[in-house]
Design a protein around this ligand. Structure first.
Ligand SMILES: Cc1cc2nc3c(=O)[nH]c(=O)nc-3n(C[C@H](O)[C@H](O)[C@H](O)COP(=O)(O)OP(=O)(O)OC[C@H]3O[C@@H](n4cnc5c(N)ncnc54)[C@H](O)[C@@H]3O)c2cc1C
Length: 496
């Protein structure tokens, strides 16, 4: 058996290790290629990069020491939670350090009097609700990935979920945080109260995709569980009819806690995966849920059923037990990963259209699918107009990946053209860099560069993500930069 070749000398890594080793157990620093391999991409496996090394801090102090060392040595770094980003957001930076927060997974305080919880960023989303379930409380943002994704990742992407229509996204439920800034300074933003004086810097951090620093503690808002919940599953013979029903429901003045749509392909995938008991003859399904005090919800639910009948639903199914209700949701939450049963490869897209244009958007996606000769499964947070088209393809067929990417890009441009957005909740990451100038004008982008620059003049924190063409030449934070991203230069992504 041949011996493994010794690693090539790397003075940057050596200098970094001199700074880190006194503060970390040896097992919490990874430098071997074989150890780093599992971290080369996130859930969007089309993007890969090799990091310099990875560390697993357990305290704010360890994050601070690490970031300060990167700052002094000019080493780019990124925070990583559970790595479930679907946009390349937690893909490593070439030659950069990964600061993996999965061991910062402690609940630091449960304040029942004020309905707050303070957590480390690696705490898994669902574990927040589990920790206070016995007290009749829960944490409301519920990404479908909530079994595995972390609070830090949720903050960086302002993640949402099926139940965010009524109660808001992550930004509405994170009130305070401790952050290690890109130069190693530690700051506390916001607090336990709903309003803090001065600029809302805590709000600025939410959705900033790890560019402004690393969150090491977060103060979350807890809510009492609603008194009752009523759910209905409506089946339609066409997907755009379900889209139009959404506009009818919201237009009537009702505010459901969730409205979700799945089309035929997504139904097939979810059925195959979890046997949710969805109707076999429907072209699309609408899941609508109301919650709140019973004297409000019960009459509203009667009104909702009448509206759905008027909207042309083929059938309405009302779960009789909590088990049946959870089964409906299990199918919906499994739909993304279940699509893997229908196709060897797929791209998950994430765009938003105004609610009233859902029907039009769905018809147009059908037209694109025909034009490209590819199948597209649709499963989405319809109440927010947040589409999640899944473009199915076979990477082994030459040219299919490129076709799938073009189709996905056409959908994003359609979202902007209809007055919507290129991302609802999965972030820009690297995947949607090329579409930022389609969505934003120069001035908008300049403002974002200026904010990034004021936090991180060296552009070390999650360099190359969210803002196209970041360049160390930017000294003023204004748009003097070469807006071409390295992936654009390599022809991997295109700009419009
Ligand atoms: C099957 C599936 C279903 C999904 N469903 C949904 C959904 O319904 N709604 C939704 O919004 N998303 C969804 N996602 C996407 C993803 O789960 C979310 O974006 C999630 O918030 C990412 O969390 P994470 O811990 O995996 O973060 P990571 O992927 O590790 O990181 C995501 C981003 O956060 C940054 N980051 C991580 N931790 C920190 C920190 N402590 N401080 C600063 N920056 C940090 C990273 O640098 C990166 O930019 C889904 C993904 C999958 C695979």
């Amino acid at each position: 058996m041949s011996k493994p070749l010794p690693a090539a000398p790397n003075p940057t890594l050596d200098a970094l290790l001199v700074r880190l080793r006194p503060h970390f157990d040896a097992a919490d620093i990874l430098t071997e290629l074989s150890q780093l391999l599992p971290y080369e991409s996130d859930a969007s496996t089309s993007f890969h990069e090799r990091p310099l090394a990875a560390v697993f801090p357990q305290t704010t102090e360890q994050v601070q020491v690490t970031v300060k060392a990167c700052h002094d040595l000019d080493i780019p770094f990124l925070a990583r939670g559970s790595g479930t980003s679907l946009s390349g957001g937690s893909m490593p930076i070439a030659g950069g350090l990964m600061i993996i927060l999965s061991k910062m997974n402690r609940i630091l305080e449960i304040d029942l009097d004020n309905l707050r919880m303070v957590v480390q960023p690696g705490v898994i989303n669902l574990n927040v609700s589990k920790a206070v379930a016995a007290q009749g409380l829960y944490y409301s943002p519920d990404p479908s990935s909530q079994l595995i994704c972390s609070i830090g990742g949720n903050i960086a992407f302002n993640s949402g979920g099926a139940h965010c229509l009524k109660l808001g996204m992550t930004s509405n439920h994170v009130l305070g945080m401790k952050v290690v800034l890109p130069d190693g300074e530690v700051v506390s933003l916001g607090g336990k109260s709903l309003e803090s004086p001065g600029m809302d810097l805590c709000g600025l951090m939410v959705g900033s995709e790890g560019l402004l620093g690393i969150v090491t503690e977060a103060t979350l808002r807890l809510l009492p569980k609603p008194q009752i919940v009523r759910t209905v599953l409506a089946a339609y013979d066409a997907v755009d009819k379900a889209g139009e029903a959404v506009a009818m429901v919201i237009g009537s003045g009702l505010l459901p806690v969730a409205i979700e749509i799945m089309d035929r392909l997504a139904i097939d995938a979810a059925e195959a995966a979890v046997h949710a008991g969805y109707p076999s003859d429907a072209q699309s399904l609408l899941i609508v849920e109301l919650d709140g005090p019973s004297d409000e919800v019960l009459p509203q639910f009667d009104g909702l059923l009448k509206l759905l009948e008027q909207s042309g639903a083929q059938s309405l199914k009302i779960p009789k037990t909590e088990e049946e209700r959870l089964k409906i949701w299990k199918g919906r939450k499994a739909a993304f990963s279940a699509v893997g049963r229908l196709s060897p490869d797929y791209l998950v897209q994430d765009g938003v259209v105004p609610r009233g244009k859902l029907g039009q958007a769905l018809r147009q996606i059908g037209v694109f699918a025909q034009q490209y000769g590819l199948r597209v499964a649709n499963v989405f947070h319809a109440g927010d107009g947040n589409l999640h088209p899944l473009v199915l393809f076979d990477n082994k067929v030459p040219g299919e990946l490129e076709k799938a990417e073009q189709l996905a890009g056409d959908i994003l441009k359609m979202c902007v053209d209809l007055g919507g957005s290129i991302t609802g909740e999965h972030g820009v990451g690297v995947e949607k860099l090329a579409y930022m100038p389609y969505q934003f004008n120069e001035r908008d982008l300049d403002s974002m560069y200026a904010i990034y620059h004021s936090f991180d003049p060296k552009q070390l924190s999650n360099r190359g993500k969210m803002l196209p063409g970041q360049s160390p030449d930017i000294q003023t934070g204004h748009a003097t930069a070469d807006r071409q991203h390295p992936l654009e230069r390599a022809g991997v992504i295109q700009r419009f």
